[in-house]
Write a protein that binds this ligand. Structure first.
Ligand SMILES: [Zn+2]
Length: 291
């Protein structure tokens, strides 16, 4: 049976959601507070943000579980809550997901480096991601979206962990930096190397998010498209981050973002959303421009 996301892609460009963190901060999430614990303590605030994204035109919205890998939660003294936090994350998004639209179980970096660079055993990383994906799927996630990954090795562990659960649709998005020699992850892997490894590991779709603004993402999309026939997800930030009075701000307008969305689609993206600095307004403009 074809996955529902692929059914959507037969007819249109799929629109994903935008930034989550800044939306929760606007609703009172304090500095240093763990966003994932809001799944247990303030589920209505999480649901409200996700509802705004579906209403703005998102076909797929991520769960509030980006930092919810058991390894990362253990660092914050929440090891025993990992299963509950992730299951609740998916249940919350499911309650506001309209018929015909989808919930993506969000998985981000553990925050640790794999051996030999750091002390996290790749098998422990894989096991942590498997547990997170299992809880997200138990809560009703329709697919798993691994994002903002700076290490290809850790991403492969996440894909393997999710795929070990059976017929799970998995998207893997890396974060690339732009150099004069092309696009590379923080760990130094280029686009062609990363795409090949992700395909070999069984990822169903791949792409990039964060770090770059929408203009740079146009070129990166072309580079990814040149390396694969798989569906591509691109989620740019709202322009380049600017430091203003110790805070990071994004100055791109929703209209500029949406105009680049058209170019990103033309460069080969099948799915487009937003990352840091983007809001439901950005997604509304993007959806309008792309459709
Ligand atoms: Zn971001």
């Amino acid at each position: 049976m074809t996955h529902e996301l692929l059914e959507i892609l037969k007819t249109r460009t799929a629109i994903f959601d935008g930034g989550m963190g800044s939306m929760l901060i606007a609703r009172g999430l304090g500095p240093g507070e763990n966003p994932e614990t809001w799944n247990l303590e303030k589920p209505d605030a999480v649901a409200e943000v996700q509802h705004l994204y579906y209403e703005a035109g998102s076909d797929v919205v991520h769960t509030n579980s980006f930092g919810g890998s058991p390894v990362k939660l253990a660092d914050r003294g929440l090891a025993d809550q990992a299963e509950r936090i992730n299951r609740r994350a998916a249940e919350i998004t499911k309650t506001v997901c309209p018929a015909g639209k989808l919930v993506a179980g969000d998985m981000g970096p553990t925050g640790k480096f794999l051996k030999p660079l750091g002390d996290l055993d790749p098998r422990d990383a894989e096991d942590s991601y498997r547990r997170q994906a299992e809880a997200l799927l138990a809560g009703g996630a329709d697919l798993i979206s691994i994002e903002t990954m700076y290490s290809l090795e850790e991403t492969l562990a996440a894909v393997r962990g999710a795929k070990s659960l059976g017929a799970v649709f998995v998207i893997a998005s890396l974060t690339y930096n732009r150099t004069k020699n092309g696009f590379f992850t923080m760990m130094g892997d280029g686009v062609a190397t990363a795409v090949k490894a992700l395909e070999d590991s069984g990822a169903d779709a791949m792409g990039s998010n964060c770090s770059l603004g929408s203009a740079d993402m146009v070129e990166l999309t072309s580079a990814i498209r040149a390396a694969t026939r798989s569906p591509i997800l691109i989620q740019p930030n709202a322009g380049k981050p600017l430091a203003v009075d110790d805070a990071v701000v994004y100055r791109q307008t929703a209209a500029e973002f949406a105009a680049d969305g058209i170019r990103i689609r033309a460069a080969g993206a099948d799915m487009i959303g937003g990352c840091c600095g983007t809001t439901p307004e950005f997604i509304r403009e993007l959806a309008r421009a792309v459709r």
